[in-house]
Design a protein around this ligand. Sequence first.
Ligand code: ADP
Ligand code: MG
Length: 258
Amino acid sequence: MGPILKIEKVAFRYVSEWVLDGIDLEVNRGEVVGILGPNGSGKSTLLRVIEGLCEPERGNVFVKGTDISKLSRVSLSREVAMVQQENHFSFSFSVLEVVLMGRFPYLGNFQFEGEEDIEVARKAMTATSTLSLSGRLINELSGGEKQRVLLARALTQEPSIILLDEPTAFLDLSYKKEIFDLISSLSRQTGVSALIVTHDIDLAARYCNRLLMLRDGRLHASGLPVEVLNAANIEAIFGCKVIVDINPVSGSPRVSLI
Ligand code: ADP
Ligand code: MG
């Protein structure tokens, strides 16, 4: 089988300046790929391009071999799901209602969820340990619980790939680890791929199969975490001096500020 996601020479700009330029990327089934880069380097824009919200001016994005510019929004939503950094719901939906929103690409206008949809949601909630929260209100959950629910909603879309934009930004260390653990085990168990924008470099090093580094909308480096995470690359993209050694327990690269 070919890659789930393939990006070829993508360039995009909102106004006059290129925000993405010459981006190439492939993500295979079940792979967890991390995107690192400073603020403003184009990470969220890249996810928006893959979601079909920003149309590249040059280059192409293929999902399971189909150019996404030829797919309807609904068809694309059956393949690509998004978990945002932070979600404020203006109306206080129940957790079950939020998770069931993930079925939108499968329901017609004014069609209510059927038993099959509820079963898909139930499975996603079991996988993310959110079933016991189903009657709670989304706005009353802790940050970690909320992110698990949003992951359940994404799974309910039954996508081939989940895009996550800084999903652990507002979580404490144990919740950050929990989210990365969850994504990693879901990808192994279900074959879903994940593309994660994150500033948690050590967690990305440990949980991602591959990493990309973006700088000013261009790929600065890509490869295995051990190949990409070195002091020169980190200094080049973040502009600060670091030491990179190996975590003696996990064996993955560890980045410390000097
Ligand atoms: P990152 O997620 O890496 O912080 P973004 O993709 O959000 O970066 O932004 C990349 C660049 O595009 C920034 O210079 C930002 O100001 C600009 N940008 C982002 N969104 C818009 C928009 N809707 N309109 C115009 N410029 C934007
Ligand atoms: Mg961003």
